[in-house]
Design a protein around this ligand. Sequence first.
Ligand SMILES: NC(=O)C1=CN([C@@H]2O[C@H](COP(=O)(O)OP(=O)(O)OC[C@H]3O[C@@H](n4cnc5c(N)ncnc54)[C@H](O)[C@@H]3O)[C@@H](O)[C@H]2O)[C@@H](O)CC1
Ligand SMILES: [K+]
Length: 496
Amino acid sequence: MMHLLTASQTRQADQYTIQQRKISADDLMEDAVNAFCRTFIATFPDKHQFISVYCGTGNNGGDGLAIARLLVREGYQQVTVKIAPFNRSRAEGFRLNLGRVESLRIPVTELSADGFPDESQATVLIDALLGSGLNKPLTGSWQLLVRHLNNSGRPIVSVDIPTGFPAEGPVGDPEDFIHATLVITFQLPKINFFFPESEKAIAEFKVVDIGLDPEFISGQQSGFTLVTDAAVRTLLQPRRPFSHKGTYGHTLIIAGKSETMGAALLCSEASLFTGAGLTTAFVPRDGLTALNVRSPEVIAIIRIAGSPLPKIDKYTAILAGPGFGTDQEAIAIIRQLIDARPGKLVLDADALTILSKDPQLLDKLPAETILTPHMKEFDRLFGAHEHWWARVQTARKYASLKRLVIVLKNRYTFIILPDGQVMINPTGSPAMATGGMGDVLAGMAVSLLAQGYAAGETAMLATYIHGLCGAQYEGMVCPAAELVKLIPAKMKALIH
Ligand SMILES: NC(=O)C1=CN([C@@H]2O[C@H](COP(=O)(O)OP(=O)(O)OC[C@H]3O[C@@H](n4cnc5c(N)ncnc54)[C@H](O)[C@@H]3O)[C@@H](O)[C@H]2O)[C@@H](O)CC1
Ligand SMILES: [K+]
C-alpha cells in the first residue's frame, strides 16, 4: 500500500530526507526540479515554444526559477519568468534561484495586480506560484492572478500542486485555484487529487520521484493509503490443486424484481466469475427463466409474495439489494436477514435505501458488514454533505462506530475500514459509468467474502479488479455484462 501524506507530513519527510541523506535543501530542490523537467521536456519537447514561468516567493517559486534555468540550459529559447511579489517573505530556495536566473540573463518581470501580462502568445504556462505551503484560500492579488491565468486559455503545467488547491481538506471555490492541464507532483500524489473536487483543478497528474525517504513515508499515518498492484498481488490467492466447489464458499444473492431482474443476473454472474464455489439466487418466479437461460450454474430459490427468507446457515456469504425494490415485501426480507445475524454480509442499492429509512436496522448490522453506496445512497444513509471531504469524514466516523466496511463508490472509490482508515482504489475508467456496474461490484464482493477473504481485503480486491476490468474499455463504453467476462483473466494476470 502507498501511504499518502498530508502537506505537513510532506514537509517533515523533506526535512528527514535532508538530514538522512546529508544533503542541503538546495540539493533536494535540485533533484525535484530535475525530475520535473524530465517529465516536462518529454511532454513539451519543442525548444522554440514560448514558456512563461509564474513564480511565488516561497519554495514552490524557488522550484519555478530553477525549472526556468534548467529549461534554458536544455536549449529552450523562449523562457520568461514572472514573479508574484504579493507575500513579503522570501524563502531561501527562492532567493538562491533568483540569483542564478538573473546571472543567466533570463528575462524576469515583477507582476503587479494593476495589470497582468497578456499570455496569448505563450505556448504553455508553468504554475510555480504556491505549492503545498498553502494554508488558507486565496484572496486579493493572488485570486486575481489565478483567475487571469485560468482565463488565458493557455495550457498550464503546475509544479507539485495547482496554486490555491489544498493538498488535503475541504476544497473551496473552483475560481480560486489554478485549473491545470497537467500537474507534475513530487514523490506522492496529494490526498485531494483523489477527491471529485479535483476534476477542475487537475486534468492529469504525473508523479515524479524526488528521493524522499521511503521508510519515513511508510511510517506516517495520514489515514489515507492508495491501493497498489503489489498489495493486491500479495493478497490474491490462486485456487488450490486439491480443491473442490466446497472450498470456495456458497453465496446467496437476494436481488431482482420482475422489472429489475437484470441486476440479479449481473450480481449472480459476477459471483460465479469471481470464483465462488456455488451461487444461489433468491429471485422472483418470473425471473426464473431468465436466470436459467443466462446462468445455468446458478441455483434458484423462487420468491413469491410473502416468501420468508431462505435458511441462511448454509451460505458462506450473502448479498442483498441490487434491483430488489423498497416495497413492504422487500423491507420485510431485509429485516429478517439482519435479524438472522449473517456472518458475512454485503448490502447494496435498495438494501441501503431500506436501511436509510430505518436507522435501527443500521444499528443492528453485524460487524464487518460491507456497504457499497454511491454518493446519493451514502447521503441518504448518513445525511447530506456539502463536499467530499466531509462525506469521507462521516464515513470514517460511522465505519469506526458501527465496525463497518464502507465502499464509497466514485472515480476513485474510497474504502473505509472499521478502524477509520481510508484505502483509495486507483483503478477504473469513465467507460464504467454505466448502469449495472454496481451490481457487478457487489457480486464480486460477496464472492470474495465467501472464498474466505476478510471484509476489508474483499473490498480492496473487488474494487481493484473491477476497475482493472473496466479500464480495458478505456476510451469506449463498457456494459456491465461485458465487464463480468473479463474478471477471470484479470484475476489470473494478478496471480501469475
Ligand atoms: N521543503 C522542501 O525541501 C521541498 C519543497 N519543495 C517545494 O516547496 C513547496 C512548498 O514550499 P513552501 O512551504 O515554501 O510554500 P509555498 O511556496 O507553497 O508557499 C509560500 C508561502 O505562501 C504563504 N501562503 C499560504 N497560503 C497562502 C495564501 N492563501 N495566500 C498567500 N500566501 C499564502 C505561506 O506562508 C507559504 O509558506 C512544495 O510545494 C514544493 O514545490 C520542493 O522543492 C521539494 C523540496
Ligand atoms: K503550484
